[in-house]
Design a binder for this molecule. Structure first.
Ligand SMILES: C[S@@+](CC[C@H](N)C(=O)[O-])C[C@H]1O[C@@H](n2cnc3c(N)ncnc32)[C@H](O)[C@@H]1O
Length: 209
């Protein structure tokens, strides 16, 4: 795994100790819940939480009766997720650009507030498409470039303040292009609720493999 990934891993290892604390943690969990609601999980489905962080999304997936598999690059985040007994044996450390799963092994894939950290975005989308079954559903949320808050949170705070200059966010039209190139169909990319400025700065992506 490359140096740029190690830098991001260290950033998240540090954050993992207080990830759930405060209004940012609360907002991240809220967005994750909304992304999962949109996937309409059913018992028995196999669902990958990509960039799973401290495991809250995996716990919600397991509670819906589906099988949750979590993958994250940060050992600190995976360590926090391992505290959840329902996830024993279902968490893997890895890179979104090279998923250690067979083709067509998931019914659904959720990826929240993680995608902008991946060094090779199109490669990561192609990997998501590969591991989803044909007809499988992707639900992804990420900050968007065509909104002032999205740009400020990523380009000013993460890039400039934390030195993660590789992070990249995309506008709504760019999302449509990338998802199409990665092989997805039935693509819907919507900004979050206009009544919540923190959500308006995000894109909610739904697409079919
Ligand atoms: C802001 S957290 C989001 C965690 C969780 N999905 C949520 O919504 O609360 C971003 C996560 O993406 C993970 N991540 C960043 N780059 C990654 C990569 N290349 N492969 C896998 N995970 C990655 C980080 O380690 C971190 O846990």
């Amino acid at each position: 795994m490359g140096d740029e990934l190690h830098k991001h891993g260290r950033f998240f290892d540090g954050w993992s100790r207080f990830y759930r604390a405060g209004p940012i943690g609360w907002q991240l969990r809220r967005v994750q819940r909304r992304a999962l609601e949109r996937l309409h999980l059913a018992p028995g489905e196999r669902v990958l939480d990509l960039g799973c962080g401290p495991g809250d999304g995996c716990a919600l997936i397991a509670r819906a009766g589906a099988t949750a598999i979590g993958l994250d690059y940060s050992p600190g985040m995976i360590g926090q997720a391992r505290a959840e007994p329902a996830l024993t044996g279902r968490l893997t450390r890895g890179d979104a650009g090279h998923l250690p799963f067979a083709d067509a092994s998931f019914d659904k894939l959720v990826c929240t507030n993680s995608f902008h950290h991946y060094p090779h975005h199109l490669a990561a989308l192609r990997e998501m498409h590969r591991v989803l079954k044909p007809g499988g559903l992707l639900g992804l949320v990420d900050p968007r470039r065509d909104h002032l808050f999205g740009w400020a949170a990523i380009d000013l705070v993460e890039n400039a303040l934390f030195g993660l200059e590789e992070v990249r966010i995309f506008s709504v039209p760019h999302w449509y292009r990338m998802l199409g190139e990665a092989g997805f169909t039935l693509i819907r990319v919507e900004p979050g609720s206009r009544w919540n400025p923190a959500e308006r700065a995000l894109v909610f992506v739904q697409a079919t493999a």
